[in-house]
Design a protein around this ligand. Structure first.
Ligand SMILES: NC(=O)c1ccc[n+]([C@@H]2O[C@H](COP(=O)([O-])OP(=O)(O)OC[C@H]3O[C@@H](n4cnc5c(N)ncnc54)[C@H](OP(=O)(O)O)[C@@H]3O)[C@@H](O)[C@H]2O)c1
Length: 306
């Protein structure tokens, strides 16, 4: 099969297209023929080891010292079940599924084998594979943090960084939970964020949300603390009594299969939609990583696998 291999940690150019043996599913695994994947910001952090020294050490110890021991990166997929292990019962050959695995990787390839009980669910029939590949990363992260913050109907929620993968999902999901959403983003993304359901959009290049009179039950940082630390300090100023300020970098998110199913259902009903910035072919993955490395993508960067 065709696969993209990460030859060592470093710039996007460390990624190389190679021919690898097609994997064979073990007892409880399904083999998925991948039709679309995504280049997530986490993929870029791992590839480039662009992490704090403590995290860099942890990643090297967990994944491999000079290069990932599992050389095929990629955490997200949409595709078709192509073979099943002898004990796998959850899916049949031909099922169209989408999913996420932040530990096993392997989706920058034509095939991957993942456990049947992992984060896999039926792909919404109304989405393309590209659309389905754009849902799990931002959707599962956003749901995990919104749940932890116990967002409820009628609450006022500010999403800082409303135009990224996590941000575009957080705006739509907070809205789905009944919150009144304010999104913060740059000028180019104001219309997008409003179209996702934010009732107010603040352009951070023109206005400082912390200087405004509005108060919030939750300020959710969807950008990540390395860029948002200063803004988060000011975030506390705009909290209503009992309000909370939470970052997507606070702790380990709980990613649940039932939440992936929920994302699929919401997409099927049209209550959320995937936001795709750019689509690349697998052969152009270096270019896709260069783009995501910039840190200003709108929603998701998707890879079509043929
Ligand atoms: N806790 C965990 O385990 C975990 C796991 C995965 C990811 N994360 C975190 O989640 C973060 C977000 O991921 P993502 O994929 O959604 O990122 P992304 O798609 O790259 O989104 C970044 C968004 O942030 C905005 N932005 C960039 N710089 C900004 C700044 N200085 N001030 C305000 N907004 C800024 C950009 O909008 P504009 O172009 O409008 O500026 C862009 O739309 C990651 O960076 C990572 O820190 C945490």
């Amino acid at each position: 099969m065709k696969a993209v291999v990460c030859t060592r940690y470093g710039p996007p150019e460390v990624l190389r297209l190679e021919e690898l043996a097609t994997p064979v599913p073990r007892r409880n695994e399904v083999r998925i023929r991948i039709l679309a994947t995504a280049v997530t910001s986490s993929d870029c952090y791992v590839r480039g080891l662009r992490l704090s020294p403590a995290y860099r050490l942890m990643v090297r110890l967990a994944l491999g010292w000079n290069a990932p021991k599992q050389p095929v990166l990629g955490m997200v997929l949409s595709g078709e079940v192509d073979a099943i292990g002898p004990d796998a019962r959850s899916f049949d050959v031909g099922d169209r599924i989408f999913g996420f695995d932040q530990h096993r990787f392997g989706t920058y390839a034509q095939y991957v084998c993942w456990p049947e009980d992992g984060l896999l669910a039926t792909r919404p029939a109304n989405l393309t594979d590209e659309g389905a590949a754009a849902l799990p990363y931002g959707g599962l992260l956003a749901l995990s943090f919104l749940r932890k913050a116990d967002v409820r109907a009628g609450q006022r929620v500010l999403i800082y960084g409303a135009s990224g993968a996590v941000g575009t999902s957080a705006v739509q999901l907070a809205r789905h939970l009944g919150a009144q959403v304010t999104g913060v983003c740059s000028t180019a993304n104001v219309d997008l964020v409003a179209s996702l359901g934010a009732t107010t959009v603040i352009d951070y290049t023109r206005e400082d949300f912390a200087e405004k009179a509005a108060r919030y039950d939750l300020v959710f940082d969807a950008v990540g603390k390395r860029k948002s630390a200063a803004a988060l300090r000011r975030g506390r100023q705009v909290l209503a009594p009992g309000g909370a300020c939470v970052s997507v970098d606070d702790g380990t998110p709980k990613l649940r299969r039932e939440d992936l199913v929920l994302l699929g259902e919401l997409a099927t009903k049209g209550e959320i939609r995937p936001v795709i910035d750019r689509t690349y072919a697998l052969d152009d993955i270096v270019e896709a990583h260069r783009y995501v490395d910039n840190g200003h993508k709108r929603g998701n960067v998707v890879i079509t696998v043929t």
